[in-house]
Write a protein that binds this ligand. Sequence first.
Ligand code: PMP
Length: 468
Amino acid sequence: MSDSPKSASSGVPNSMAGRDVAYCLHPYTNARAHEEKGPLIITHGKGINVFDDQGKSYIEAMAGLWSTSLGFGEDRLIKAANKQMKELPYYHSFTHKTPIPPIELSEKLLSMAPVPMSKVFFANSGSEANDTVVKLVWYYNNAIGRPNKKKIISRMKGYHGVTVASASMTGLPANHTDFDLPIANILHTSCPHYWRFGKDGESEEDFSTRMANDLEKMILDEGPETIAAFIGEPVMGAGGVIVPPKDYWEKIQIVLKKYDILLIADEVICGFGRTGNTFGCETFGMKPDIISVAKALSSSYLPISAVMISDELYQGIADNSAKIGVLGHGYTYSGHPVCAAVALETLKIYEERNLFDQAAKVGEHLQAGLAQFKDHPLVGEVRGVGLIAAVELVQDKKTKASFDPVGKVGTYLNERAIEEGLIIRNMGDSIAFCPPLIITEDQIDQMLDRFKTALDKTLDWVKAEGLI
Ligand code: PMP
């Protein structure tokens, strides 16, 4: 950053990168490293590609943040936004009022839900949706006369957002350290990563039984009368794309039923075709009481998220709001008409183009293509389902020992991928793939070619540095 010309008046470099470093505090970024490194400035996108300010193109193998399922430049979404902007750019849903798009979107979402759901509540992000979930669960349990049943169990390595309650449910150290989180009443049970945490000789089914036993032990230790809900992503995303082991959700749900504990499915990544079905719940046989969605709901063209609740929850919540006089929860932008119109159009496009079936089909191509890396000297595990996958790098394939520090090699690989025109994401040394659902088999091959080059360059470097 030091060599860009500086503006005489402010001392701030004139370049866009210099101004970024001068003015922006970036989310999920090492701020000091950013002062040196500066930003990669993305200026436009088309299909599965984005372009930087130098005109270089990249395959967006992460669909942004697991989210731009229709890729970039989908004209129909732009038109839907434009039309709604002209008609009614904003209105709210408080105090018995509403614009039309959230009505139509709620109806559509309920028709798609994997289990019968009764009502939809809108928010703006996955985090807000999950904070809403916590509040609705607490409100509901107060409403039906069990004020002590309030604790929520999440999982280590689960990801549910970064607002105060959702970050508390997230099971990753960086989201808690020095933020004084988690808050009270949030617990974390074991992470169901069979390859990493399975014991020698333990089958996948036995591992799932152990996970369910861990959960039951936590419930009994805390007192079942204190546990309100269990939240989980069908497939853990930001924790490293962890696909549940065989029978995991079945065994977990037996425990939850036994102790009258609600199941919350965080479908923020898995929802809308990602795992090859409309919802991840269908892929893994989950029967949730509450579902949160975001990201692909609008292909991330505009911020919108939603919480679907069962009729049982709705009835308790509705009674309580009548008793108190109001449901004291809602955002200025809950059910924003432009965001809802774009989401509705997104869901129509998924259906018209049969994109969830397409995701299942090209997903098989992705998983088969990634399987070729299983024998690579740096690769410990290749895992995934549908159009979401990860490759975990290890220092020792036999012992599964990670590199020390975790993330150094993953970050190096990430940088090589950028050079090759490929945007992936390293979560530590797990490298994620989550491309737009519109990706073709040829484009997947191209993506994997670029990944192979970056991985081989990383191996050369790892050897040269004496890291293996
Ligand atoms: N839940 C899951 C499963 C997520 O992956 C994310 C975001 N990566 C969130 C919740 C939080 O969503 P947001 O970043 O929109 O707040």
